[in-house]
Design a protein around this ligand. Structure first.
Ligand SMILES: [Zn+2]
Ligand SMILES: [Zn+2]
Length: 277
């Protein structure tokens, strides 16, 4: 394993080195069977960026493409890189019931399950589609939408099938802000996460969306820190060239806010790793 590009993840103002990306979609947005040709470029990108721990987390509706034997082969071909078998469990009213059954069946083969809410009242469109999903917010009470979103998140947590919550405040994606104080909603949700010993992710994806902010917001991160909730780091890459995107800025943010540990998972078992300087 080479270390040629390690400094790329090191923000000039911070000594923290990020080493893990726990949110990526080798299949993109269609079923593509796992093969070495599909997966190896992700391992190559990880190595180039100095990442040593990655998790494949395709959407549960593409579980048909996931092949655990191919992940094992990739592990053999890439010693020095931890490769976690994962999935992103959605609240998709059409496909996720089957996704949940698949996760239950393959629980022991999976290292990591991300939980995500992408659907509100419409069953046929993810609200986070850009730009079309923004129409779901038009002429609606934004406070009610926020309450609905966090309620769905707690429902997902209650399935007991999730290890870490993805992009916790995704509902802000198009820039809609609540007028009411959402502190109670957020606190209740983080409490559900804490009592189940789950993690939440710090996702750089928000920086490339219309809201142009990290997921989640600083105030949510600070409350999560107070509760002792651990964090995974994530780019939500839909192409291997997006892997670790904006991690230098994320490292800066984490240093600024005082996060020194990152959570990793092996067979759903969390472990906190102190970041190297
Ligand atoms: Zn997602
Ligand atoms: Zn995703």
């Amino acid at each position: 394993m080479t270390s040629e590009a390690l400094p790329t993840l090191k923000h000039p103002d911070t000594p923290l080195r990020l080493f893990s990306d726990y949110h990526m979609h080798p299949q993109g947005h269609r079923v593509q069977r796992y093969t070495q040709q599909l997966l190896q470029p992700w391992a190559d990108s990880a190595r180039r960026l100095g990442l040593t721990d990655i998790a494949f987390t395709d959407h549960d509706r593409y579980h048909g493409g996931v092949d655990f034997d191919e992940i094992d082969r990739l592990r053999e071909r890439n010693p020095g890189l931890q490769i976690r078998a994962g999935i992103e469990l959605d609240n998709d009213p059409v496909h996720s019931p089957a996704g949940r059954r698949w996760i239950e069946k393959n629980w022991d083969k999976l290292d990591f399950v991300l939980g995500s809410v992408h659907f509100l009242e419409r069953a046929d469109q993810m609200f986070d589609s850009v730009p079309d999903g923004a129409a779901q917010f038009q002429a609606r009470n934004i406070d009610e939408i926020y309450a609905d979103y966090f309620r769905r998140l707690r429902e997902l947590i209650a399935t007991g099938l999730v290890d870490s919550l993805a992009h916790l405040d995704l509902i802000k994606i198009h820039g809609h802000r609540p007028t009411a104080d959402v502190g109670t909603l957020v606190n209740e949700t983080l409490e559900c996460i804490r009592v189940r010993n789950l993690a939440i992710e710090l996702s750089t994806a928000g920086w490339r969306k219309p809201v142009k902010e990290l997921y989640p917001s600083d105030s949510i991160i600070e409350l999560a820190m107070k509760k002792g909730i651990p964090f995974t780091t994530a780019s939500d890459a839909h192409s291997h060239v997006q892997l670790g995107e904006n991690f230098a800025n994320l490292a800066y943010k984490m240093a600024e806010i005082g996060i020194r540990q990152v959570c990793i998972f092996e067979k759903h078992k969390p472990a906190e790793v102190t970041l190297q300087l």
